[in-house]
Design a protein around this ligand. Structure first.
Ligand code: KIV
Length: 273
């Protein structure tokens, strides 16, 4: 599918690695958020299946459906004038073998007009990644901690460098044009980044990755993380949780005390006023 004029291409993302320019990626799940992320100049927007936890309020990403991803990704793609939009393939399409994965990825691209899909998993997923790439669909890999396998492996920092290198090399060889590295010990992520010709996009994997990705709701403390607080790998750049909470409390107080609506927000007797 042709990109809009001015939109970043897969080739441009590959060139950023060559030239040493760091790549930025952030998640977005709806039109107004994607407009902001795109206009600020973030290079890639990920419609992550993290929407299962941060938007749908589920405990894991496992319950997210293909139609949920398509619903959100279509809005995001419409908002993106420059950023390259990547859509997560939800559990379990890529776990069911190449044919089911290709069908799901093709549906995502056809119904959203996004540029690429993201597939979780290492060497075991290589055949599937190759089949999707062979179908003409650009793929971002995802190695290290893979949330779709949480029930088997839990949420743990990844410290097995041999396995990591085997995984990322297999996914690169299968044709992925970038690989997300999630919660990988930083020196191992650095080694993987040096070993690959495609960019690594880190989350909780140190500064030596070729780019970084954060979940929008973490950047803005939008999700109430409870007593555990914001995840260690995230940095809160602005506190939306507090701003929205304060605004809502002021609105309630104003309505209760008759300070809202005032003259400015009310229509008088003359039409149009
Ligand atoms: O679903 C998601 O948002 C992700 C990022 C955490 C990389 O996969």
């Amino acid at each position: 599918m042709a990109n809009k004029q001015g939109a970043l291409s897969v080739q441009k993302i590959l060139k950023m690695k060559e030239s040493g320019e760091k790549i930025t990626m952030a998640t977005a799940y709806d039109y107004p958020t994607a407009r902001l992320v795109d206009a600020a100049g973030v290079d890639m927007i990920l419609v992550g299946d993290s929407l299962g936890t941060v938007v749908q309020g589920r405990p894991t990403t496992l319950g997210v459906r293909l139609q949920d991803m398509i619903y959100h990704a279509e809005m995001v793609q419409r908002a993106a004038a420059r950023a390259l939009v990547v859509v997560d393939v939800p559990f379990p399409y890529c776990q069911l073998g190449p044919a089911k994965a290709v069908r799901a990825c093709a549906k995502i691209l056809k119904e959203t007009n996004a540029t690429a899909v993201k597939i979780e998993g290492g060497a075991k997923r290589a055949e599937t990644v190759r089949a999707v790439v062979d179908a003409g669909i650009p793929v971002v890999g995802h190695c290290g901690l893979v949330p779709q396998s949480v029930k088997a492996s839990g949420y743990k920092v990844q410290r097995d460098v041999d396995r990591l290198l085997e995984d990322v090399k297999a996914i690169e060889a299968s044709g992925a044009f970038a690989i997300v590295l999630e919660c990988v010990q930083r020196d191992y992520a650095a080694e993987a980044s040096r070993a690959l010709s495609v960019p690594t996009i880190g989350i909780g994997s140190g500064a030596e990755c070729d780019g970084q990705v954060l979940v929008f709701h973490d950047i803005f403390n939008f999700t109430d993380h409870g007593p555990e607080g914001v995840p260690k790998h995230a940095r809160v750049y602005r506190d939306l949780h507090r701003t929205i909470d304060e605004g809502l409390r002021e609105y309630i107080a104003d309505v209760k005390s008759l300070r809202f609506p005032g003259d400015a927000e009310s229509f008088g007797a003359t039409r149009g006023n």
